[in-house]
Design a protein around this ligand. Structure first.
Ligand code: TPP
Ligand code: SF4
Ligand code: MG
Length: 298
């Protein structure tokens, strides 16, 4: 990993905006121990977005961007929805795919990168809403898991189609009435974490984005396991504050309430014993490296 990969071509340096120079010089590219703790003290790979003020999807992006271990060699694949409004603002290579096709596009991309760069680690992440992941794109999502494609699928679960004004989704909870689903949902929320595990994902996590350390842990685990074993899945509860009638400052409370004991989004992880043993070893290695780096600096 190295900052050379993101260096600006000398001939273009004087016309690049100052924000871009700032990103190349002061973001945490090339640091395998980068973390959410760098937020506030280094240039972030996202600082602006065009989501509603206070939308938890924006907090999710912030934590994900600061946690991925290899940003200069990572590619995001997005899908239409509120999440896609963020993609033009991120400092990571990304592709916008047709709504629902994201896991098919990511499959081709991951395979092509493995052929083109056999000696480099290239991480691929799908970031899409629940409508794209679980409803219209479910076929593509599941088939990529059946085929054991080695990338991470991240679902921004706001329990409806937010970008088109509030239609019912498979991840909506029973009885919920949305602006464009006035009769209320007749069925329970689809248990996608369990389905993902049964469909071949080697690591699955469901959580809110109220606690950055948890998001970081899930992102790192999912990335490492995807590299070694196969597909991984993370479902993040990012409530649409507009639809549940909350103010911009209230998204965090909604997430905290829903993850407290007995809540709908208490953090859960699903993994095989083999993956558990692998992560234990990997995390011990990471810890030892960080400790050594601290001793050298001191
Ligand atoms: C092929 C296709 N079908 C439908 C749409 C319309 N569409 C755009 S965004 C969206 C809903 C997105 O919902 P979700 O994936 O849950 O993301 P959110 O906006 O909730 O973050 C739909 C149906 C589209 N753009 N393309
Ligand atoms: S409509 Fe909802 S999900 Fe979309 S940006 Fe606004 S608050 Fe976020
Ligand atoms: Mg949604």
């Amino acid at each position: 990993m190295s900052k050379e990969k993101i260096a600006i071509c000398e001939d273009l340096a004087d016309i690049m905006p100052p924000e871009y120079h700032d990103m190349v010089e002061n973001a945490t590219f090339g640091n395998q121990d980068r973390s959410w703790k760098d937020i506030g003290s280094s240039k972030e790979l996202i600082e602006q977005h065009s989501l509603c003020a206070g939308c938890p999807e924006s907090i999710a992006f912030r934590f994900i961007m600061s946690s991925i271990p290899n940003p200069e060699d990572s590619v995001f694949v997005g899908s239409t929805g509120c999440t896609s409004l963020v993609f033009p603002h991120v400092g990571i290579h990304n592709i916008h795919s047709l709504f629902g096709n994201q896991n098919a596009v990511a499959s081709g991309l991951k395979r092509a990168l493995a052929v083109r760069f056999p000696d480099r680690i290239k991480d691929v992440f799908v970031l899409a809403g629940d409508g794209a992941t679980v409803d219209i794109g479910l076929d593509m999502t599941m088939q990529s898991w059946f085929r054991q494609e080695k990338f991470t699928t991240i679902c921004f679960d706001n329990e409806l189609y937010a970008n088109t004004g509030g239609q019912e989704s498979g991840l909506m909870q029973r009885g919920f009435v949305a602006k464009m689903a006035p009769k209320g949902k007749n069925f329970d929320k689809v248990r996608l974490p369990e389905i993902a595990f049964e469909a071949g994902c080697h690591y699955v996590a469901i959580l809110t984005v109220s606690k950055p350390n948890r998001v970081e842990q899930a992102i790192r685990r999912a990335t490492y396991v995807a590299r070694e074993f196969g597909p991984t899945y993370i479902q993040l509860y990012t409530p649409c504050i507009l639809e549940i009638g909350k103010q911009s400052m209230e998204g965090l409370d909604e997430m905290k309430d829903s993850e407290s004991i007995g809540g709908r989004f208490v953090m859960r992880e699903l993994m095989t014993d083999e993956v558990k043993a692998f992560l234990k070893e990997k995390e011990a290695e990471d810890k030892a490296r960080r400790k050594k780096a601290k001793t050298v600096t001191a």
